[in-house]
Design a protein. Structure first.
Length: 223
């Protein structure tokens, strides 16, 4: 595709080029922003989390150095659990709110990306219809016989906006869906491990409660 052909295609789209160009730039910016966000999400290996869970099972709840350094991701959830030891109901509520906020942060601006994917083909179709209106107006004013060449020349120019709209819509919709899948997978992993740590804390609290109850009963029996 040479420069002259590209210039001809841009001229054929008329003023509809501007909203479509805006949608394309916004789509590229959103995809790059979300891609950088997901690539920079901290990912702690399962091996480290398994070791930490084993330490919790052995009543070693001190946070390792690598966990204290993390300020995002699952490390924040684990720290949140540690802050509410002995408060089962409050801990569950805080954990649910944090997971919901994490999912909301992951999917931020994806609805806008989907909206671009929906609007772009409609803008392209609108440009095509406007181009066909101009084409048929020119045909009506044509003095000589109307040949297929005249119609084809106007149609191929009018179809440019539809093609441009679809070129914008496909990556926008596909990108939004892929990011949703990425977010769901990430949040499911968070939920899996945080539930494991939460269950371990519940077991520990139950065991401690049983020991205290047995101690009280023994004291009453002695008395």
């Amino acid at each position: 595709m040479n420069i002259d052909y590209l210039q001809q295609a841009l001229n054929a789209m008329g003023w509809m080029l501007y909203p479509l160009a805006f949608c394309s730039l916004l789509m590229i910016a959103l995809i790059l922003e979300r891609l950088c966000y997901f690539l920079l999400l901290p990912l702690i290996p399962d091996s480290k989390l398994s070791v930490l869970l084993s330490r919790w099972k052995n009543n070693v709840v001190e946070q390792p150095a690598w966990l204290q350094k993390k300020q995002r991701g699952i490390a924040v959830g684990i720290k949140l659990l540690s802050e509410y030891q002995g408060k089962n109901v409050v801990r569950e509520q805080q954990l649910s709110c944090w997971l919901a906020k994490q999912h909301q942060t992951n999917t931020a601006r994806l609805k806008l990306l989907q909206l671009i994917g929906m609007i772009s083909p409609l803008l392209g179709l609108l440009g095509t219809i406007l181009g066909m209106i101009v084409m048929f107006k020119g045909v009506a004013q044509h003095q000589g016989p109307v040949t297929p060449n005249i119609l084809a020349d106007g149609l191929w120019q009018a179809m440019y906006t539809t093609a441009f709209g679809l070129v914008i819509a496909v990556p926008a919709i596909v990108g939004a869906q892929l990011f949703y899948i990425w977010s769901n997978s990430y949040c499911q992993r968070l939920q899996h491990w945080l539930n494991a740590f939460h269950c371990q804390m519940m077991v520990k609290e139950h065991d401690e409660g049983s020991l205290e109850s047995n101690s009280d009963q023994n004291l009453k029996a002695v008395a």
